[in-house]
Design a protein around this ligand. Structure first.
Ligand code: FES
Ligand SMILES: [Fe+2]
Length: 336
């Protein structure tokens, strides 16, 4: 005789308990208004233009003769040629098809045939910054927060920036959500907590959260203050076995539910730069080993806010911050 599972009762509800959800990047055509890395500074020599996927569309980054990097929409406003096929002339990017030229503000300054440049033929120029060895673009008209600074003057530091070759199939903010997830530091990463503790107090602003970690991981003593800025940046400074280092992880947003991973390590400059760089490589390997413990989970997860418990309080507050984050997509008509 066939048996079957009994239907749901009040004791075994069939409905899943869900918390308030966080919109995914690209939901309703909107993206968080945040700074996102587009490429490494090293990828862009003076006079170079290169194309990158961003926000589900395409942008170019170019560096004029003046050395200043700019991110704009990729498609020429004449007939849509991809400007990454073009070149940089002076401080303008020039389309390869009919030689229209655009300045850093995206304004068309010149046509190849000599007709006057149309007044309303501008590219979308993203607010652009170059910092920490990365070229950043802000999704929005006006940035509402700054990129973080190291606690020492940059001249006193050796900084190493690199891109992790494999993108991840989740939104940047989902990766960021690991940091306010204090439980997983203890349970998954098995941080051994020292008297300074982990996240005893969390410092919140309207766009960031930071806390202290004093713990042992992989036999090494990590005493740092780390946190999240916005929806795309992990930032941490402190010591590894007593020696200062800084670590910034920046997550690019090529398309909905995709992240590009960049990491930046900083160490105090000494006479022996080779030795400092060896230390930064060691810091990189240390942080990568921690991140590898998360990677399969992050790659395969289907992020959804379900039933949370008391120890999820910090995570819940971060998710609320992201849920309420301003969203827009002013470049939409330009980058597709
Ligand atoms: S398509 Fe760019 S100038 Fe014609
Ligand atoms: Fe983690």
């Amino acid at each position: 005789m066939a048996t079957h599972v009994k239907p749901a009762t009040a004791q075994t509800p069939r409905r899943r308990t869900l918390g308030p959800q966080v919109p995914l990047e690209g939901d309703n055509g909107l993206y968080t208004q945040a700074w996102f890395p587009i490429c490494m500074s090293n990828d862009l020599a003076p006079g170079e233009v290169k194309g990158y996927p961003f926000l589900g569309g395409r942008v170019v980054a170019f560096r004029g003769e003046d050395g200043i990097a700019q991110v704009t929409s990729a498609y020429c406003t004449h007939l849509g040629a991809d400007l990454s096929v073009g070149k940089v002339v002076g401080n303008h990017v020039q389309c390869a098809y009919h030689m229209w030229e655009f300045d850093r503000a995206g304004a068309c300054k010149k046509t190849g045939c000599g007709d006057p440049a149309p007044a309303r033929a501008n590219l979308f120029a993203f607010p652009t910054l170059e910092k920490h060895g990365l070229v950043w673009a802000f999704n929005g008209e006006e940035p509402h927060y700054d990129l973080p600074e190291w606690p020492f003057p940059e001249a006193d530091l050796v900084v190493q920036t690199q891109e992790f070759p494999v993108p991840m199939a989740v939104d940047p903010w989902v990766i960021c959500a690991q940091t306010p997830d204090i439980q997983h530091l203890l349970l998954l990463h098995k941080f051994e907590v020292l008297p300074g503790g982990i996240a005893r107090e969390v410092e919140w602003t309207d766009h960031s959260m930071f806390y202290d970690i004093d713990g042992i991981w992989g036999g090494r003593h990590m005493q740092v203050r780390g946190g999240i800025i916005g929806t795309s940046i992990f930032f941490q400074t402190g010591t590894l076995d007593g020696r200062w280092f800084g670590f910034l992880a920046a997550f690019g947003l090529p398309a909905p539910q995709q992240s590009r991973l960049f990491s930046v390590f900083a160490g105090e400059r000494t006479e022996d730069e080779v030795e400092v760089r060896a230390f930064l490589t060691e810091c990189h390997e240390f942080e990568t080993a921690i991140a590898m413990e998360d990677s399969e989970i992050a790659m395969k997860m289907h992020f959804k806010v379900g039933s949370l418990t008391k120890q999820d309080t910090t995570l819940a507050r971060y998710l609320e911050m992201v849920r309420n984050w301003p969203r827009s997509h002013p470049s939409e008509e330009f980058i597709h």
